[in-house]
Design a protein around this ligand. Structure first.
Ligand code: HMG
Ligand code: MG
Length: 319
């Protein structure tokens, strides 16, 4: 079992998508630059989704143009460079990625992340499609990504519970994993969208996933995406590490949350904080490539920028 754990910082995407205040494109670009300095393995830089659904990320092409200026192009010693990924729900999003990469050598976006859910209600609320319809939309996205030499991640949301349907059975999750792999994704990412997991429930799901044998837990094939609603994400990460997971998503300063996982009374919870995740990994006797001091600089910057945007934002109803 490798002792190096892969970290994808999703703060420029999941971290910001639910923020009500306007965050300047230049601040998003600076955040990505600081995350590069912190040497995370991958950065989820933005989403090519409908700006009507997620207005905060409507500047995706400009973020990519800004990030192109400093994206680390060369290999790190013995490893590949920091990967940039972006969320894509459909062909129109794939058009955006294609355009953003065109004429840029090296390309800026290395990986496309398609996303669906284990809950029909959540899939519908998040993408205006059933689970089956969302996966149908991925077919041309996956084909075009592979033609362009891009990897494809397949997210499954609501792996433990759905804000609308309640608890989700592991079988429902594994069924969607199978369908995404059949559709041709290169890797699976399981998302505890509302931070409902406990070490017990995440353990049950991971053991079922391992037993099903369809996906390996190698860092190239499998990632866990935890949100930290009840302060249990660290314990869930520790259990996942114990069971062999070696790739996690996280967000600096614990930013984040899906707007379509919010209910009228509660805002969707943030991702597991990258620095908390790293301390859990180190306590388990494992390591990451992340530079802790540079990560602190990135977190301080994100906290300031988001704090200022929140202070000047109009309060909003989460319905
Ligand atoms: P729809 O309204 O059914 O789409 O939305 P449509 O095809 O009918 O198009 C409606 C309008 O959107 C049209 O514009 C399209 O051109 C435009 P109009 O003619 O009205 O001016 N449009 C687009 N524009 C830009 N980029 C696109 C795009 N597609 C259509 N790609 C759609 C369907 C999927 C587009 C919409 O539901 C959507 O954008 N949803 C995204 C929601 C989202 O981003 N949620 C958060 C990310 S998921 C998450 O956070 C969970 C995760 O973190 C894991 C976890 O925690 O579990 C990943
Ligand atoms: Mg998320």
């Amino acid at each position: 079992m490798p002792d190096l754990v892969r970290i994808t910082d999703v703060s420029p995407r999941d971290g910001l998508q639910n923020e009500p205040g306007v965050i300047a494109t230049s601040d998003k670009v600076r955040l990505i630059e600081l995350l590069c300095a912190a040497n995370v393995d991958e950065i989820e830089v933005t989403s090519f989704v409908s700006p009507k659904w997620v207005p905060q990320l409507g500047d995706a092409p400009d973020v990519i143009a800004g990030a192109a200026a400093f994206k680390p192009a060369s290999s790190r010693a013995g490893t590949s460079a920091i990967a940039f990924s972006a969320l894509v729900p459909n062909e129109k999003g794939m058009d955006g990625v294609t355009l953003a990469n065109s004429g840029r050598h090296p390309r800026v976006i290395d990986k496309v992340s398609v996303f669906t859910a284990a809950s029909e209600t959540f899939a519908r609320r998040n993408t205006n499609a059933s689970i089956a319809e969302s996966i149908e939309r991925f077919a041309p996205v996956i084909r075009r990504s592979h033609e362009q030499g891009l990897r494809v991640r397949g997210y499954v949301s609501t792996i433990i519970a759905c804000p609308f349907e309640g608890p989700i059975a592991p079988d429902a999750v594994l069924n969607v994993v199978d369908r995404l792999l059949d559709a041709g994704v290169d890797e699976i990412d399981l998302g505890d969208t509302i931070g409902a997991a406990t070490p017990e429930t995440i353990g049950v799901l991971l053991r079922r996933t391992i037993a099903a044998g369809r996906v390996s837990l190698s860092p190239e094939a499998f990632t866990l995406h935890l949100h930290d609603t009840r302060g249990l994400a660290g314990a869930c990460a520790a259990e996942a590490l114990r069971l062999g997971v070696r790739s996690f998503d996280s967000a600096i300063a614990g930013l984040g949350g899906c707007p379509y996982a919010s209910t009228p009374t509660s805002r969707a919870p943030g991702n597991i904080d990258t620095s908390l995740l790293i301390s859990v990994i180190e306590r388990a006797g494992l390591r990451t490539r992340v530079n802790a001091e540079a990560l602190r600089d990135a977190a301080a910057f994100a906290t300031r920028v988001v704090g200022e945007a929140r202070a000047s934002a109009t309060p909003r109803n989460h319905a």
